[in-house]
Ligand binder design. Structure first.
Ligand SMILES: C[S@@+](CC[C@H](N)C(=O)[O-])C[C@H]1O[C@@H](n2cnc3c(N)ncnc32)[C@H](O)[C@@H]1O
Ligand SMILES: [Zn+2]
Length: 288
């Protein structure tokens, strides 16, 4: 859990009013109370907002992502995200960063490291994910952040409290991102590009459909900067190949034959191709 000197940003998921910390829990004026779990995260996803008993990524998917990302294969993506964030926040005052759909927290951890290297001002980090397994894994690995089980569809955060929102391979809800961003707040979005993991897709699918490309400028935002990142990696064993497959949406789409072909692989060279967009809420005019 991050330090308490930063103004509180959390909102009650039932009625949107500010939450205040009272010892081991967060409470709203109406009396709704949310305990801080032993691992240091908070569950702000009301049962009635859950579409399933265990929403979001499973324990297995979270573990696979954690192990795969720890190898450093996606570090160039994390570096590009950290560079964009560092260039978007002022050097002389603390800023608040939300990772919406944070998974097991890799990108916020890498951002923290980049700040230490560059001696940047303090950041207040918040990671929200609908998967309790993801949030538990994130809370175990990084104590200096607020880790929250919650949904992008109803972010348990006060309006206009975030300087930057990250949505990395995630599920964007633009209206909510707009609501929680400050007046000149920035959204950094990373999505798979057309050639992302193309070699794996050629192996697991009988024919490849062009990937749906996300819209560049979603409603309520103005595109400030767009970057395409492309590089190659080589996976050297079946464990890494299986971890990669388990952490992608291909896990849900793959057929039994496709899976068998993937399971027979012992090495694989892959293209990493992502689209990185930096957007600003509103019409792009600086608000004073
Ligand atoms: C493809 S993973 C990406 C995770 C992380 N951003 C990363 O790149 O390592 C998508 C994540 O979105 C989460 N998720 C799915 N629906 C969500 C929602 N409505 N609100 C917040 N998170 C959600 C999943 O649990 C999963 O952790
Ligand atoms: Zn309440």
């Amino acid at each position: 859990m991050s330090d308490l000197s930063f103004p509180n940003l959390l909102a009650c998921p039932m009625d949107g009013s500010p939450l205040t910390r009272v010892q081991g829990s967060w409470r709203c004026p109406a009396g709704h109370s949310f305990d801080i779990a032993r691992q240091g995260y908070i569950n702000l996803l009301p049962v009635q907002n859950k579409r399933s008993k265990d929403p979001g990524d499973s324990k297995e998917m979270v573990l696979a992502r954690q192990e795969f990302l720890s190898t450093g294969y996606y570090k160039p993506i994390a570096d590009a995200v950290s560079d964009l964030v560092n260039a978007s926040v002022p050097a002389d005052r603390p800023s608040s960063i939300l990772d919406a759909g944070c998974g097991e927290g890799y990108y916020l951890r890498e951002l923290t490291k980049s700040r230490l290297i560059n001696n940047g001002s303090r950041l207040h980090l918040t990671g929200v994910d609908i998967s309790k397994w993801a949030v538990m894994a994130a809370a175990r690995q990084e104590k200096n952040a607020d880790w929250i089980v919650g949904s992008n569809a109803n972010l348990p955060l006060l309006p206009a409290c975030q300087d930057v929102v990250l949505c990395l391979f995630g599920f964007p809800v633009y209206q909510e991102f707009n609501r929680v961003l400050t007046a000149n707040g920035v959204l950094v979005k990373v999505d798979a590009g057309p050639d992302h993991l193309i070699e794996l897709r050629e192996i697991i699918y009988p024919c490849i459909k062009p990937a749906n490309q996300p819209e560049n400028t979603p409603p309520g935002f103005t595109l400030l900067e767009q970057r395409s990142l492309r590089y190659r990696i080589r996976l050297n064993n079946q464990t890494q190949i299986s971890q990669l497959l388990t952490m992608t949406p291909h896990l849900y789409r793959i057929t039994a034959e496709g899976r068998a072909r993937a399971e027979a692989l012992t090495e694989l060279s892959l293209t990493i191709n992502v689209q990185i967009n930096k957007l600003v809420a509103g019409d792009g005019e600086i608000k004073f």
